[in-house]
Design a binder for this molecule. Structure first.
Ligand code: HEM
Ligand code: HEM
Length: 497
């Protein structure tokens, strides 16, 4: 056993790869559709007025955000964990029937939870908190899935052969603990099925209705402590876990600085938790909370760039690989977009800048250079690296991968540039006034000016989605090709297991 290489079992990893791709396609397609709804509002009723309730922007928007965040991204996190975890801990899932069972159970409960979430959001059941829209029965299912994942993480760690915990494992553990804490606190809600409303509010008395345990300003504070840290623990920390494993593996380069990765890790853990106040600037939360949110957001540049610089410097002396390998291109551009959005975010958190940026399209612009460029590219790159190894087949087409890279990059650039221009235009037009204090523009004036930018964003979305479909095709063709041994793979990692 000691002399033979370990046979890792990728059954659960493959299952989650499938949901990453399927939910990515679903979520991004809805994203493209709602992007065009904002450009052409007639699309809200394109399938007829009788079902307009289901196709309206307001109903579809949370379906987009939740399917890309909790569908595409969380599946990507699980898929990579069930691959990376075994390899860096030097233990196979096949060695423990219990862990194998837990992994499969986690997958099937996750699929059931996603189905329930999609149906309930379509039907209009929502707690109305952004990124926490699910009603309480689905929240309970999510908690169970999460606990099962925790059993997998700590179970594998418990039976590992490799004594030291590679930095990626730290980041996966932090993801598990961070999301558990945030999700539990923000979703403290009281089901109302036994209640009746004295003023006849709809929903009360139903199994799919609840009210938050917190009221007013407190509710907003907890919500944005959660919302901002969902960025930290879903869109940042697990993605760093991925890049710290896949970039060294793919490039054959050791990580630039292990010390810097630890320093950034603790920096992120400490600073992120205090920055959520930047979502509530000029609101009713105490002024000191807002100022603290702004200051911690600026400080957040340090650990964020610490990680990003560490990733980029891992390529030191090997930059020719960026030109040669589309997979390295994906990862290097992902790190660059990470740097980019973690500079843009702190700028938006400065109070005077936020006065212009808040409520405008510049915010979705910031969101999508982070999510499309950093999160999307890194999950795609990870799955590209994994596919030949888990399916034991040569990747179908590197040419297709390169074309996908350029199409998606063009899509991202169209997305964020159009949203930057339209966001700042929007912010400036809303505040413009004459010498008597009368507003210079009506709301409709701004809508008319913004139209071309909305259309351009939709086009960017089509490019990104097209690239994603090319990715799905490439993986599908890889799966159905002739099997080869891992050691025979053309792009087998130069760094062993
Ligand atoms: C084809 C690609 C995509 C398109 C066209 C798209 C489009 C959109 C649109 C139109 C909105 C609503 C903006 C608004 O309310 O003004 C939105 C919101 C959002 N999307 Fe996407 N999206 C895409 C992919 C993604 C991906 C892959 C992620 C995450 C991994 C993501 C995360 C989000 C988030 C978090 C929001 C809420 C932003 C906010 O509240 O400011 N999107 N998206
Ligand atoms: C140093 C790191 C970052 C800081 C300080 C930061 C700061 C901000 C600020 C100030 C806002 C606007 C709040 C508002 O006025 O509505 C915002 C929104 C947002 N950011 Fe960031 N950001 C950072 C990194 C990122 C990254 C890397 C991502 C994604 C990969 C991201 C995703 C989001 C999302 C999803 C929202 C929209 C929330 C909503 O209103 O629904 N941020 N961020």
């Amino acid at each position: 056993m000691e002399n033979r290489p370990l046979e890792y079992d990728y059954t659960v990893a493959k299952m989650f790869m499938l949901t990453t791709i399927v939910l990515g396609i679903v979520g991004m397609s809805i994203g493209v559709f709602i992007a065009f709804e904002l450009a052409y509002p007639g699309l809200n009723t394109i399938f007829g007025k009788t079902i307009a309730e289901y196709t309206a922007f307001g109903r579809l928007r949370p379906l987009h955000t939740d399917s890309v965040a909790f569908g595409f991204t969380v599946s990507g996190i699980f898929a990579t964990w069930f691959y990376v975890g075994q390899r860096v801990l030097k233990v196979s899932m096949a060695e423990s029937k219990f862990l194998m069972f837990i992994g499969k159970l986690q997958f099937w409960l996750y699929v059931a939870g996603v189905a329930a979430a999609v149906v309930s959001l379509f039907m209009g059941y929502t707690s109305s908190k952004e990124y926490a829209e699910f009603e309480w029965p689905i929240d309970i299912a999510i908690v169970v899935v999460w606990v099962l994942w925790g059993v997998s993480i700590f179970g594998l760690i418990g039976i590992r052969r490799e004594k030291s915990l590679y930095i990626s494992i730290w980041y996966y553990i932090a993801t598990f603990l961070g999301v558990a804490m945030l999700y539990l606190f923000n979703n403290m809600e009281v089901p109302t099925m036994l209640a009746t409303s004295p003023i006849g509010e709809t929903g009360i008395g139903s199994w799919m209705h609840s009210v938050s345990m917190y009221a007013g300003t407190n509710d907003a504070l907890v919500q944005w402590w959660y919302g901002h840290n969902a960025v930290a623990f879903v869109f940042t920390v697990p993605i760093i876990a991925m890049i710290y494993y896949f970039l060294p593996k793919e490039s054959g380069q050791a990580i630039y600085s292990y010390k810097l990765s630890l320093l950034s890790f603790w920096g992120l853990m400490f600073v992120y938790l205090w920055a959520g106040g930047h979502h509530l600037l000029y609101s009713t939360v105490p002024d000191w909370v807002q100022t603290m949110g702004s200051i911690f957001s600026i400080v957040l540049i340090l650990p964020s760039w610490g990680s990003a610089i560490n990733m980029l410097l891992t390529m030191k002396g090997e930059w020719q690989q960026v030109a040669a390998s589309p997979l390295i291109k994906f990862m290097v551009l992902a790190s660059t977009f990470y740097m980019f959005s973690t500079l843009e975010g702190p700028i938006q958190a400065i109070k005077s800048v936020n006065a212009i940026a808040h409520f405008t399209n510049w915010i979705p612009g910031h969101v999508h250079d982070g999510t499309l460029g950093w999160v999307g590219f890194m999950i795609i790159a990870s799955l590209f690296h994994m596919a030949p190894r888990v399916f034991k087949r040569e990747l179908y087409s590197k040419g297709l991968m390169a074309a996908q890279f350029w199409i998606q990059t063009l899509g991202i650039v169209l997305y964020f540039t159009s949203m930057w221009i339209s966001g700042i235009t929007q912010g400036m037009m809303w505040r413009a006034h004459d010498e008597f204090g009368n507003l210079a523009y009506s709301f409709m004036d701004t809508v008319n000016v913004l139209h071309p930018y909305y259309a351009l964003r939709g086009l960017g979305g089509i490019f990104y989605l097209t690239g994603f479909l090319m990715f799905a095709y490439n993986i599908y063709k890889t799966m159905s090709a002739r099997p080869v041994e891992e050691s025979e793979l053309q792009n087998a990692s130069p760094m062993g297991a």
